[in-house]
Design a protein around this ligand. Structure first.
Ligand code: TXA
Ligand code: MG
Length: 356
């Protein structure tokens, strides 16, 4: 299969390009497209064959359900059954945008989309290219992140091609994703409603509307039920080829521990890379380490935007180990913390004894 790359203006994509991509989706083909969170790999959600193609292209296990993308809130009734008053309210407030709602599955949505569940995850993305495509296709579009399974999510069309060239039909190239972290997933079929994955919409914003929301994201919350984890919440996820190590604790001690680790790597003949806040970068400049900057420490918006690209960039520079300092788990920091922890496959060092 030849993968085509079609460049489009991210603000106002050419109607011809959108029409062509929409026709491909309607014909059962695989089309990657930009959303405000990350690039998605789309297929007609009502076409079992097309959906099977997504799992094949990504190398994704059939047990990991897909998110169904809709053009607007009114389409809720096409993919879900009797959406609750709360669902309509949250959709009204946060769509289009980085929020995914888990609701009862409409019978027309194939079980392969939901990995056999009677619930379905749905969202309306806000990216102009994604919205134009969904409107033109006029079908619900199943779209996981457009990366190979376990790799960092793609935030540019080039990332998509690095993972999926020759395995999909088309990628609409609309430039870099603006948020860079996947959507927040809120399960409204649980009582109280539960965030299964922190993401581009901060938990605090959701709780201002619905204070009773609990955090049940695996690895993050004490109330997480390990016996019934959120589907797809694998620990090995978002992983670059290099081994990631996460450090958490007071700044000075943490930076010292990271410097020590870099020196240990050097002695062992391993090349080290660091994901560093701008303020921390100077601490590593005298060491033999590749540094990728994430922006100012307090600027979670910028850090979120750069995170996955930085992991991929350090990989390309050939490092064996990537070190990172954990952010405060607040606002977008919670999603950044979650992605780093999973990229690290749980390798967390807390020099001062307790997680910070
Ligand atoms: O921002 C995003 O959400 C991006 C863009 C492309 O929209 N998509 C994305 O999809 O991150 P993906 O496949 O990488 O993550 C989908 C996750 C699954 O791994 C699973 O955790 C959750 O969504 N999910 C899907 N359906 C679910 C369901 N019925 N119940 C619970 N969780 C579900
Ligand atoms: Mg994914």
């Amino acid at each position: 299969m030849q993968t085509r790359r079609l460049r489009v203006n991210p603000e106002s994509p050419a109607p011809d390009a959108i029409r062509e991509a929409a026709e491909m989706l309607r014909a059962g083909r695989l089309v990657a497209f930009p959303t405000e969170t990350v690039y998605g790999l789309g297929a007609n959600a009502l076409d079992e064959q097309a959906v099977a193609g997504i799992f094949r292209a990504k190398g994704r296990p059939a047990t990991d359900p897909l998110i169904v993308h809709l053009a607007d809130r009114a389409q809720l009734t096409e993919a879900t059954v009797q959406p609750s008053e709360i669902a309509w309210r949250l959709a009204g407030q946060f769509w289009p945008g980085p929020l995914t709602l888990v609701l009862p599955r409409h019978p027309r949505v194939p079980l392969s989309v939901t990995a056999g569940r009677e619930t379905v995850a749905v969202r309306v993305p806000s990216h102009p290219v994604a919205l134009a495509l969904l409107r033109a296709a006029a079908i619900p579009v199943a779209a996981p992140s457009a990366n190979r399974f376990t790799r960092p999510s793609p935030t540019t069309a080039q990332h998509v091609l690095d993972d999926l060239d020759g395995r999909i039909d088309l990628v609409l190239d609309g430039g870099p994703a603006t948020i860079g972290l996947e959507s927040t997933i809120l399960d409204l079929t649980q009582n109280p409603p539960a965030v299964l994955r922190p993401g581009g919409l901060p938990l605090e914003a959701l709780r201002r509307v619905l204070p009773e929301i609990v955090l049940r994201a695996r690895f993050l919350a004490p109330e997480s039920d390990e016996a019934a984890p959120a589907p797809g919440a694998f620990l090995k996820h978002y992983s670059p080829r290099a081994e990631v190590r996460l450090f958490s604790g007071p700044r000075a001690e943490t930076l010292t521990a990271m410097r020590t680790e870099i020196e240990r790597c050097a002695h062992a003949g391993r090349r080290a890379g660091v994901l560093a806040a701008d303020e921390d970068a100077a601490d590593f400049s005298d060491l033999n380490a590749e540094v990728a900057r994430l922006g100012a420490e307090a600027d979670f918006t910028e850090t979120g935007r750069r995170l996955f690209a930085a992991l991929r960039a350090l990989d390309q520079r050939g490092v064996d180990v990537i070190l990172a300092r954990a952010p405060a788990p607040e606002g977008l920091g919670l999603a950044i913390w979650d992605r780093l922890f999973r990229a690290a496959e749980g390798r967390l060092t807390t020099p001062a004894g307790r997680p910070g």
